[in-house]
Ligand binder design. Structure first.
Ligand code: IPE
Ligand code: IPE
Ligand code: MG
Length: 241
């Protein structure tokens, strides 16, 4: 395949690892949950900025399969924040024509939260604007394991011929099956790792690791990172021309 030209258009799908809420709160002498609340308040501005920057898909990491290791107080506080976030933002998201989806293993989330997630997905099903995907109890390895289990069931039931399995097969079983792969993955807070986020899907994503803590993230920073992407030359293994 010929090498790609530098991206003439911006990223169609941006994924964000919203990190640094705890440190932001600690720097202010406040409990970690104070940072999570401040972080949640940043989301609306970024969602609203997407159409202006040509971003059609925004995927945000809200809670990882590893985040259960945190204290019971923090985990319970986060779950209550997610419930409140959905209740508070649902109407505005719908009014903004935002189509909301959730990825991750819902089974471990409480019934009330799961109900709100289902409702918001249904409520915004007909929305044709920005596609907002929220990753809750999401882990890339867990997602691949769950996908493999479903794939294996299809093989066992005779629905899938093992000989036909190729690179296109597994993605159809992933939580992200209806989404394009992310073009750009942003991580805030200075950590340069992906922490189990979109492992399969990010094989050829561009990455931006920035020092800003998530509660300080703004539309302008988002715009700058989206703009930087335009200068990058994605070669997908091809040679530079
Ligand atoms: C990211 O912020 C939000 C979640 C993981 C839920 P952190 O809570 O990881 O903040 P730091 O990394 O401890 O500062
Ligand atoms: C990744 O951040 C998960 C979310 C942003 C929801 P973490 O703070 O949990 O990741 P590590 O522990 O630094 O790898
Ligand atoms: Mg963190």
């Amino acid at each position: 395949m010929a090498a790609d030209k530098p991206n003439a258009r911006g990223p169609r799908h941006v994924a964000v690892i919203m990190d640094g809420n705890g440190r932001w709160a600690q720097a202010r002498g406040r409990p970690r949950l104070f940072g999570h609340h401040a972080g949640a308040r940043r989301v609306r501005e970024i969602v609203e900025a997407c159409p202006d920057f040509g971003v059609e898909y925004l995927t945000i990491f809200g809670f990882s399969t590893e985040n259960w290791k945190r204290t019971q107080i923090e985990v319970a506080g986060l779950m209550s924040l997610f419930r409140r976030y959905i209740q508070k933002e649902a109407r505005a998201l719908k009014a903004e024509n935002v189509r909301v989806r959730f990825i991750g293993d819902r089974v471990k989330l409480d019934a009330k939260l799961r109900g709100l997630m289902d409702e918001l997905e249904e409520m915004t099903e007909g929305c044709t604007g920005t596609n907002l995907t929220i990753a809750l109890n999401y882990g890339g390895r867990d997602e691949v394991a769950r996908a493999t289990k479903r794939l294996a069931c299809d093989v066992a039931n005779g629905k899938l011929d093992p000989e036909s399995i190729d690179e296109e097969t597994l993605p159809r079983y992933l939580d992200t099956c209806v989404l394009p792969d992310p073009d750009l993955v942003i991580r805030t807070s200075g950590e340069a790792r992906i922490s189990n986020f979109l492992l399969w899907q990010s094989a050829y994503a561009e990455y931006e690791f920035i020092d800003t803590l998530w509660p300080d993230f703004t539309r302008d920073i988002f715009g700058e990172l989206v703009g930087n992407y335009g200068g990058r030359d994605r070669r997908y293994g091809g040679a530079k021309t």
